[in-house]
Design a protein around this ligand. Structure first.
Ligand SMILES: NC(=O)c1ccc[n+]([C@@H]2O[C@H](COP(=O)([O-])OP(=O)(O)OC[C@H]3O[C@@H](n4cnc5c(N)ncnc54)[C@H](O)[C@@H]3O)[C@@H](O)[C@H]2O)c1
Length: 261
């Protein structure tokens, strides 16, 4: 039996960054639940049946508009937007990017803010605007425990002990913090237009990180382990579906208890 509370069958979603570790889980999970899913990503790759990939840089408004027009013509106005695409500093980031705050490069700050904040803002303008005109929709803006709270720099001390410089950079945290008020602003702005807007805050996802990091991170988590990417899907389905029909402006925290300590 299909549960009408969580039923997403026949609806349309846009998932930014849908080629990435978490985005690909959302795409597969939403397609499995009968949605048609448009992926906006700069990366390319295989997509499941029911999904279609658009080569879109989310900092480019015209490209978002063009993809949204195509989606609209083929499938209709999207019901769900998951603002998931983002930049973080990868483990092989240049030394200056993971060095002291005092010398964190201005260009890196701009790049991260551009994708993580302006990109989400532009997708809300274009896709959310179309949803508001249609009188329904749900937007999920993805944040992080590093946007809710400061990163714990001690988790990276194993790298310093190896002689490397490593400071978890500031721009990611600042950008993910901005997501909370993008959500609140739009939740109230569109509350009577049928568009709900919520934040999904995640803790660190297991991705074969070095054992020293896994040990330190797990010790910091009440549940004693990192998030399995598949465990983020339930909250996306909840926020996307009618099960959350009275939920807007909220922050759903999926963090194994990280922020409870
Ligand atoms: N992985 C984690 O531990 C973790 C923890 C908390 C929150 N999050 C959040 O979850 C989301 C997804 O993270 P992930 O780990 O799957 O990242 P990822 O790097 O695996 O995927 C990000 C995707 O976004 C795409 N992207 C980057 N810049 C883009 C742009 N300008 N335009 C279009 N697409 C672009 C990339 O090509 C990639 O496919 C992010 O918002 C991240 O902040 C992740």
């Amino acid at each position: 039996m299909r549960d009408p509370l969580f039923d997403l069958g026949g609806r349309v979603a846009v998932v930014t960054g849908g080629m990435g570790q978490l985005g690909s889980v959302y795409v597969a999970g939403l397609v499995e639940r009968g949605m048609r899913v448009a992926i906006l990503d700069t990366a390319s790759g295989d997509v499941p049946d029911g999904a279609r990939a658009f080569a879109v840089d989310i900092t480019d408004r015209a490209a978002i508009e063009a993809a949204t027009r195509e989606v609209g013509a083929e499938w209709g106005v999207p019901h769900v937007l998951v603002n998931n695409a983002a930049l973080d500093s990868p483990p092989d980031a240049p030394a200056a990017e993971v060095g002291p705050f005092e010398s964190y490069p201005e260009s890196s700050f701009d790049e991260v803010m551009d994708v993580n904040v302006k990109g989400s803002f532009l997708c809300c303008q274009v896709v959310g605007g179309a949803m508001a005109q249609a009188g329904r929709g749900s937007i999920v803006n993805v944040s992080s425990v590093y946007g809710l709270l400061s990163p714990v720099q001690e988790l990276y001390s194993f790298r310093r002990e190896r002689g490397e410089t490593f400071v978890k950079p500031v721009a990611y945290s600042v950008s993910k913090s901005a997501i909370f008020n993008l959500t609140r602003y739009l939740a109230t702005y569109w509350a009577r237009d049928g568009v709900r807007v919520n934040t999904l805050t995640l803790a660190g996802v297991f991705n074969d990180q070095p054992p020293e990091f896994l040990d330190a991170y797990s010790a910091r988590i009440p549940m004693g382990r990192m998030l399995d990417a598949k465990e983020a899907l339930g909250a996306v389905v909840f926020l996307a579906s009618d099960a959350s029909s009275y939920v807007t402006g909220s922050n759903v925290v999926v963090d194994g208890g990280w922020s409870a300590w």
